[in-house]
Design a protein around this ligand. Structure first.
Ligand code: SAM
Length: 354
């Protein structure tokens, strides 16, 4: 059971829900309702209760639970979804009271594992940046990879700044709004990847319908495009899955690092992962990430909860790049990577050989 004050604070101060009018509205509804806060507090330690509660309710509705609340979910009723109104909050509260046991069971057993496919651009960028200093083979590690969908970034097509890169037959085609795309490294022609490995507390099994349904429920109700990308990526990755290891990176990071080919440059990525690590464990998490540099030159990219303002003025999160020369913010992006604004530091980044 999470601390109630902390849960209330999470709902009161949550940012980044702009692409869901429904969830933006419900944040305040939950924050002001002690019963809903108590239910949300059943979320597992360290996990963000906002995503978890909304995901659990969405999962039940997508699974066929019939309730008037569904009328507000485009993912369930399509174009005839009702706009948020004065009845939305009460409908949500009634639903949570009626299905409290089912919601609590999901919160107790599931993690926030949103595998947001547009975030694969972070890995693709990392491959391009690493190649600037190391033209040879590389390996890729994603910490908190969920189902491992973004470990296949080298196989996806991306449209950035009006240009599409990647194979015309790529099964997953990802648009990201990127102004000043000239600051990006050349994204085509990825280096040879000798090992791509993911680490996750509890990797969802893409051959399991219940796990796929949970991943789908974590996509917000209005975001049909993200749901379509998820579906395409799940099918592609299930057919040829990358190496994904179960465990906490704090416990198994050193072994994973030791399993990488010695001396081969490594890209280490985590997106929306550290934010779900309990605060007191974050120093150990950071140490585990730094440990990947022991076996070879490392470029570490992180897209977490670093609130920043993009050059255009919109609020986003910082994309941080760390190598042996230090850390710098190289872009500001939407948390779901619907857009990314590169900063001049991106074009200046060059990895120094260790
Ligand atoms: C919100 S998901 C993000 C998934 C993916 N990085 C993306 O952006 O699509 C966070 C993932 O991190 C995993 N995770 C959280 N803490 C972790 C830890 N200490 N070690 C390994 N995985 C962790 C969770 O199980 C979850 O699948």
């Amino acid at each position: 059971m999470q601390d109630l004050d902390g849960v209330a604070e999470a709902f009161r101060t949550a940012r980044g829900f702009g692409s869901s009018a429904l969830y933006s509205h419900l944040l305040a509804v939950v924050a002001d309702d002690p019963g809903l806060l108590e239910l949300a507090a059943r979320t597992r330690a360290g996990q963000q209760p906002t995503f978890a509660l909304f995901g659990a309710v969405h999962h039940l509705l997508l699974g066929g639970t019939t309730d008037p609340l569904a009328e507000y979910y485009p993912s369930v009723v399509g174009d005839r979804a009702r706009a948020v109104d004065g009845e939305t909050g009460p409908a949500f509260a009634r639903f949570c009271a009626a299905y409290a046991a089912e919601i609590a069971a999901l919160l107790a057993t599931r993690l926030v594992q949103t595998n947001q496919v547009q975030r694969a651009l972070v890995t693709r960028l990392g491959l391009a940046l690493l190649r600037r200093a190391h033209p040879g083979p590389v390996c890729v590690v994603e910490v908190g990879c969920s189902a491992g969908l973004n470990l296949r970034a080298d196989r996806y097509a991306f449209t950035v700044g009006g240009t599409t890169i990647g194979a015309p037959t790529a099964p997953v085609r990802i648009p990201v709004d990127v102004p000043d795309a000239h600051l990006l490294p050349a994204l085509d022609g990825v280096p040879r990847i000798v090992d791509a490995v993911g680490v996750d507390l509890d990797p969802p099994d893409l051959t399991d319908a219940a796990d796929r349904a949970w991943l789908r429920a974590l996509v917000w109700p209005e975001n049909a495009h993200q749901a379509a990308l998820l579906r395409a990526a799940m099918a592609a990755v299930a057919a040829d899955p990358p190496r994904v290891l179960r465990g906490n990176v704090i416990d198994i990071g050193a072994d994973v690092a030791a399993s990488l080919p010695p001396g081969v440059p490594r890209l280490v990525v985590h997106t929306a992962t550290r934010i779900h690590v309990p605060v007191e464990q974050r120093p150990a998490f950071d140490a585990a990430i730094a440990g990947f540099a022991a076996g070879g030159p490392m470029l570490h990219l992180a897209l977490e909860d670093d609130q920043r303002t993009a050059p255009s003025g919109r609020p986003g999160v910082g994309l941080t790049a760390t190598d042996s020369t230090g850390s710098r913010t190289i872009a500001v992006a939407d948390g779901h990577l619907a857009w990314l604004e590169p900063l001049p530091a991106m074009s200046e980044l060059g990895l120094v050989r260790r």
